[in-house]
Design a protein around this ligand. Structure first.
Ligand SMILES: Nc1ncnc2c1ncn2[C@@H]1O[C@H](COP(=O)(O)OP(=O)(O)OP(=O)(O)O)[C@@H](O)[C@H]1O
Ligand SMILES: [Mg+2]
Length: 280
């Protein structure tokens, strides 16, 4: 179990890599010990690189529409972006990256899971593992037993982890894009404008009251899922994913689920960082 301060320290370090470039230079001998994670998300594709000790050394992302609700809908697009992220990471770190892991929403099977491997292989990575997204998130949070709610672009995934394994999981088709639609409708603006408005922290006081009902709906669904999945009554819930970024998100969620709600810093980076931590 990691303390939330330790979790946040990791995420702050990763965010710094994303904003400012590599944390440090890498020697040729160290290159083979780096671990790489690729998160193919609905709203972006993220690359995360950590060192042998699990400390972030590099991070980058590209907004993309190559994946929808965890399924690759534009294979060539996904490969092209992953390839570019790899090349940029290699140039920045001054070494080659040969192996990587990825993740899929829990319950993704067969060809839908295979295609994620193929995207990595298409970008010249040897695939080390394909994780369940919440299992990857749990690695960052240091969770052995607990509940994770991942509110991404297209979906909200609610997962109960027991002894480091997924014991119950459900994916609900409500995510950040629904918040954008609500804002687009309310203000009579395009979805692109609504997306920008939604992410503008200086507008949050005005915008959040419109978004709150969506958060309450997600929280109600989560509360029911936690009961169905037999999560212990007093167990806390970790919320991750880009759409939890609103300052009031955890508070709204807590009021509905009636449990402690813990939101790490830079919640959109929890899953990608976890994928890298789990790679080898
Ligand atoms: N500062 C912010 N405020 C509000 N919403 C945000 C903010 N930053 C990102 N988002 C929203 O978070 C969502 C993307 O989250 P995330 O990066 O976790 O998704 P993803 O992994 O790409 O998608 P998924 O997990 O659904 O496949 C988008 O809907 C985006 O608009
Ligand atoms: Mg995601």
């Amino acid at each position: 179990m990691r303390s939330i301060d330790e979790v946040n320290e990791l995420l702050v370090a990763f965010n710094q890599c994303v904003l400012e470039g590599p944390a440090r230079t890498i020697s040729e001998t160290e290159a083979s010990t780096l671990r790489v994670g690729i998160d193919l998300g609905t709203s972006s594709i993220v690359i995360a690189v950590v060192d042998e000790a699990g400390l972030p050394v590099y991070g980058a992302l590209e907004y993309a529409k190559a994946v929808r609700d965890g399924l690759v809908v534009d294979y060539i697009g996904a490969v092209t972006i992953t390839r570019r992220l790899k090349a940029e990471a290699e140039a920045a770190l001054g070494c080659s990256l040969t192996r990587a892991a990825a993740a899929v929403p829990p319950g993704t099977l067969g060809k839908n899971k295979d295609v994620v491997s193929h995207v990595l292989e298409g970008a010249d990575f040897e695939v080390t593992a394909i994780y369940d997204e919440p299992t990857a998130a749990a690695k960052v949070l240091g969770l052995v037993n607990g509940a994770v709610v991942d509110v991404g672009g297209g979906t909200t995934g609610i997962t109960i982890i027991k002894r480091s394994k997924v014991s119950y999981t459900v994916d609900e088709p409500t995510g950040g894009s629904h918040m954008t639609l609500v804002l687009s409708g309310s203000y009579g603006i395009s979805q692109e404008e609504a997306e920008t408005l939604k992410r503008d922290a200086s507008q949050e006081r005005e915008v959040y009251p419109l978004v709150r009902p969506v958060v309450e709906k997600m929280a109600t669904i989560s509360a029911n899922a936690l009961i169905t999945g037999k999560y212990r009554k007093t167990g806390p819930v970790y919320v991750v994913g880009g759409a939890t970024n609103f300052t009031e998100f955890a508070d709204t969620f807590k009021k509905v689920v009636g449990r402690e709600v813990i939101k790490p810093l830079y919640p959109e980076f929890v899953t990608p960082l976890g994928i890298a931590l789990g790679s080898s």
